[in-house]
Ligand binder design. Structure first.
Ligand code: PCA
Length: 324
């Protein structure tokens, strides 16, 4: 009897210990973009919902603006477990997996509907690739349509030649090369500074990023709405951190991720309109490129598609087949 009591108390304290071990989980979430950005706001809401609904088992604390890790460091930080969870711009990771670049191929998907179709066609392969690197994929949300910003007016391809161009991934570097611009890779957090010091004078990004960096204050007057692609951010989790959670918490995270993904796409669509208007309201000239320039970018896109297909091989081909 005494032994039984002893055994029960040992088991009880063991259970208590396991429970408190669960209760102790705290995840710091690395976000590259500013707190005011819709991706960060959405991720913060996701973190709050998981925290509140997990019954104290998991607390997720967001760190926007690159305050924990800068954009360029986040993938590695999550992969190595320095950060259990983080957000990264997918198409900056082409060296990890060319499939992550599919959403930055110009003119492959030029509307939200097509961007969603392309996401669905590529998701399974991308998730598998991340899993092999020890990462759990949670959700992905696109930026609004990418457009061309310039300090000076652009009326012909000749106007682009030699421009100092801010790039954010290999695809935008390639566009610059094929156009005769001089690219430099710069994280979103450093855009204002790069334009104000004159290090760059043009870039391709969303109306949202232009608005968030108050680009008009740095002498940028023109926004040309090329709308040639919708690149995404993704939220990833380190698998060791993931495996420490019980299955109820894992399920909760996945269902909140689905909610956040849906909200994120809606926020992106809204920003695609509102933020263009914000640029115009701030005095910028917002318009389209002329047909000669459009043709030029389409030609660049065609070259890049071929190059990407060669890099992405049969996995890429099967994604394109199921997209089309
Ligand atoms: N903003 C991010 C990525 C794409 C976008 O719209 C940036 O400019 O870095």
């Amino acid at each position: 009897m005494r032994f039984l009591k002893y055994l029960i108390s040992v088991l009880a304290s063991l259970l208590f210990f396991l429970n408190t071990a669960n209760a102790a989980e705290k995840w710091d979430m690395a976000l590259a973009y500013g707190a005011g950005n819709f991706h960060s706001a959405n991720a913060t809401e996701f973190a709050k919902n998981v925290t509140e609904k997990s019954g104290g088992k998991l607390t997720i604390v967001t760190h926007p603006g690159g305050s924990l890790y800068k954009g360029g460091e986040i993938f590695r930080a999550v992969r190595t477990g320095q950060a259990p969870i983080g957000e990264r711009f997918m198409s900056a990771l082409g060296k990890e997996d060319p499939l992550l670049e599919v959403d930055s191929q110009p003119f492959l998907a030029t509307s939200y509907d097509d961007a969603m179709k392309l996401y669905q066609a590529s998701k399974a392969e991308i998730v598998k690739g991340l899993d092999q690197k020890g990462l759990v994929f949670l959700y992905a949300v696109p930026w609004p349509a990418q457009g061309l910003y310039s300090k000076k007016k652009i009326s012909s391809v000749a106007d682009l030649k030699g421009l100092k161009f801010r790039a954010y991934n290999s695809a935008t570097i390639r566009i610059a090369e094929l156009t005769g611009m001089a690219p430099t890779k710069i994280e979103a957090a450093e855009i204002s500074q790069a334009f104000s010091t004159g290090a760059v004078e043009s870039m391709i990004t969303s109306p949202t990023t232009g608005k968030n960096s108050k680009i008009w204050e740095n002498g940028v007057k023109y926004f040309y709405d090329i709308a040639a692609w919708f690149p995404k951010n993704m939220i990833i989790v380190n698998k060791d951190a993931w495996n420490k959670l019980d299955s109820a918490t894992q399920k909760l995270i996945m269902s909140e991720a689905a909610v956040a993904e849906k909200k994120g796409w809606a926020l992106s669509k809204k920003g695609n309109k509102d933020d263009k208007k914000a640029l115009a309201d701030a005095g910028m000239v917002v318009g389209k490129v002329n047909s000669a320039l459009k043709k030029h970018f389409e030609g660049v896109g065609a070259t890049m598609s071929k190059e990407w297909a060669a890099r992405a091989g049969s996995r890429g081909q099967s994604v394109l087949d199921s997209y089309k």
